[in-house]
Design a protein around this ligand. Structure first.
Ligand code: ADP
Ligand code: TYD
Length: 208
């Protein structure tokens, strides 16, 4: 990596510690003089944050699988245009809490095999992969308990319960094996500071 902007994404099941680790990594990188933008999906731009409510709140069966793929792709396109690409062009490191791999998993796997459709839409509308993806891997029961303890209204996916989280964990590990060049798998079943050390280790190794 050099000073020309890098997209680093964090993936993993709900409650795996992505936002906690992104905040800690941002501090570490800023202390070393890097310009960092912290963002998230679905969301990360004003328009995408509005669509976020539509996909994360309400009845689990609110959208068909196909409509949901379109909505998540729409949020990503806006996020990319308004937030990610301008930051990368300015030479910043963008840390995104979830990106296209989440759609490959949550929409591509959970309601039948729609991975092909997800990938085709991605190629048409997004066309960019992260430079580095940190997968925080952990026990689904622990992740779900942590996520549920947050008590927010954004529980549409958590409401699908532990079987979905089990499926997502396996799917993410398979995806990491499919794209070994950009994926690094971190053990999330450790105290926060130990996970942070592992994350900083792999990210700093990729920076000049
Ligand atoms: P995510 O963004 O992946 O959903 P969060 O970072 O929001 O996960 O973490 C979910 C909850 O679990 C938060 O309350 C957070 O403080 C807690 N948490 C995060 N990492 C750990 C860890 N390694 N050990 C114990 N609790 C953690
Ligand atoms: P997030 O806010 O990261 O939740 P958590 O902190 O619990 O991990 O993401 C909210 C939910 O959105 C999460 O359950 C996964 C789902 N999601 C998709 O289904 N598809 C996507 O493309 C993205 C980005 C998220």
């Amino acid at each position: 990596m050099s000073g020309i902007g890098r997209l680093v994404t964090f993936e993993g099941i709900d409650g795996s510690g992505k936002s906690t680790q992104i905040a800690l990594l941002a501090e570490t990188l800023r202390a070393r003089g890097h310009a960092v933008v912290v963002t998230r999906e679905p969301g990360g731009s004003p328009g995408a944050e509005e669509i976020r409510k539509l996909v994360l709140e309400g009845d689990p069966d609110r959208w068909s699988a196909e409509t949901e793929i379109l909505l998540f792709t729409a949020t990503r396109r806006d996020h990319l245009e308004r937030t990610i690409l301008p930051a990368l062009a300015a030479g910043k490191i963008v840390l995104s809490d979830r990106f296209a791999d989440s759609t490959r998993m949550y929409q591509g796997l959970s309601r039948g095999d729609l991975r092909g459709l997800v990938d085709r839409l991605h190629d048409l509308m997004i066309g960019r992969e992260p430079d580095l993806t940190i997968l925080i891997d952990m026990e689904p029961a622990t992740g779900l308990a942590r996520a549920k303890a947050r008590q927010t209204s954004e529980e549409r996916f958590e409401d699908f319960g532990q079987p979905l989280q089990e499926q997502m964990r396996k799917g993410f590990l398979d995806l990491a094996a499919q794209f070994p060049d950009r994926f690094r798998v971190i053990d999330g079943d450790q105290p926060i500071d130990e996970v942070a050390e592992d994350v900083a280790g792999v990210v700093l190794a990729e920076l000049p």
